[in-house]
Write a new protein. Structure first.
Length: 404
């Protein structure tokens, strides 16, 4: 049996590793569009961007690792067509047959057309090469303008400010991360960045982007104000890379639709990582997650199911961020219906935890700089806990979670 993995990200690497860990000794082929073996993306906006680690340190396994495990690694070879009826795929170098297939094509940054066509210096952050180039541009005294105050935008802002740059962040909402964490926690992140000199322009629309005479960038906002900088970084989210799946006829809706086992509308094809819109059996709804942990864990489950395990993917979404001296871990998912209240415990200016409640249950929880808290937080998500006790730092989280 030939198992083929399309996509060169971490979900692909995790799946290949798990196939061999499970004792599968048949043919495995991995197609990646980039010239590098699959790598971890979180360091690209954290340690690599800060200059604390070299870009190559993000690579999950070098080419020799795949060779030792008899995995055919086809780098720099993007799959352009997928013929499900014939069980064949096409690349610029030819065709390749498969028996079972994993689609792990990931996501691509949303573009800002006004910036792309302006002739000004514009950067996006998604790939290892993106991180390397952006790192070189973040210099002491540099003026960096960032569009988007999501996780990537804030991590770039932290790296630019740490490098000694002047940072302006333009965001359409009234606070950073507002749709993700709500106003109370969003204000904490806003204050953190303001304390490091970051200038926020909230409730702002980009009307025009032009290049300046000195090879910089000028943004005109909807209120008529103008911002100039040496570099514009666009961080307005990503979109699942579904073009290949769409042309092949797989069912789509904000990604490749899968069941609880990550199987697609074709019984020989599974999907994992950023591209998979998965029917989550614990949350009771569909969810597409764009985070590192999900890529790793879905890759493992997909690999076992490629070998007929029939296992549901039940793990709750998890992500983390590092900004200045703030380290955060978050688990759970609020979902499209939102939350009823946020409960904070601890010191919002230092070490604390936050919980999002809805329908009498904890929908999600996070900690800041409390690295022993993530396991009890994970255990609490989905449970019904009295908000007064939840917010009482005198009651240990482990006690509330019954994990003592």
């Amino acid at each position: 049996m030939n198992i083929t993995v399309v996509g060169g990200g971490l979900a692909a690497a995790s799946a290949v590793e798990e196939l061999r860990e499970q004792g599968y000794d048949g043919d495995v082929t991995l197609f990646g569009a980039e010239a590098y073996p699959p790598y971890h993306r979180p360091p690209l906006s954290k340690a690599v961007l800060l200059g604390e680690k070299e870009p190559e340190s993000a690579i999950a396994h070098d080419a020799g690792w795949y060779e030792e495990r008899n995995v055919e690694l086809r780098l720099g070879e993007e799959v352009t067509e997928l013929d499900l009826a014939a069980a064949r795929l096409t690349t610029p170098t030819g065709t390749h047959g498969f028996d079972r297939l994993l689609v792990a094509t990931g996501a691509a940054p949303r573009r800002l057309d006004a910036a792309d066509h302006s002739g000004a210096p514009v950067a996006y952050l998604r790939t290892l090469d993106d991180s390397r180039a952006l790192r070189a541009a973040l210099v002491d005294g540099g003026r960096v303008v960032i569009v988007g105050a999501g996780w990537i935008g804030l991590e770039v802002a932290a790296a630019a400010a740490t490098a000694g740059g002047t940072v302006t962040v333009v965001e359409t909402a009234s606070l950073p991360l507002l749709r993700v964490v709500g106003a109370r926690v969003a204000e904490i992140f806003a204050d953190l960045h303001r304390s490091h000199g970051v200038d926020f322009r909230f409730d702002a629309q980009v009307e025009d982007v032009t290049a300046t005479a000195d090879r910089g960038v000028r943004l005109t906002l909807g209120d008529g104000s103008v911002i100039e900088g040496d570099l514009l970084v666009v961080g307005v989210g990503v979109e699942p890379r579904t073009g290949l799946a769409e042309r092949a006829g797989l069912a789509l809706d904000n990604g490749v639709l899968t069941d609880a086992t990550l199987r697609t509308s074709d019984p020989r094809v599974w999907a994992a990582g950023d591209v998979a819109n998965h029917q989550h059996p614990v949350l009771g709804r569909r969810i597409r997650v764009e985070h590192w942990d999900t890529a790793i864990e879905q890759g493992k489950v997909a690999a076992r199911n490629l070998l007929d395990a029939g296992e549901e993917y039940r793990r709750l979404p998890y992500f983390f961020t590092d900004q200045y001296d703030l380290g955060m871990e978050y688990v759970g998912s609020v979902g499209p219906e939102g939350f009823d209240e946020v409960v904070l415990r601890g010191d919002p200016g230092g070490t604390f935890a936050a919980f999002w409640l809805g329908g009498g249950r904890i929908l999600a929880g996070m900690h800041v700089n409390d690295w022993d808290a993530i396991d009890p937080i994970r255990a609490l998500v989905g449970e019904s806990v009295d908000p007064g006790k939840l917010g009482d730092p005198g009651i240990a989280l482990a006690e509330l979670a019954g994990t003592k």
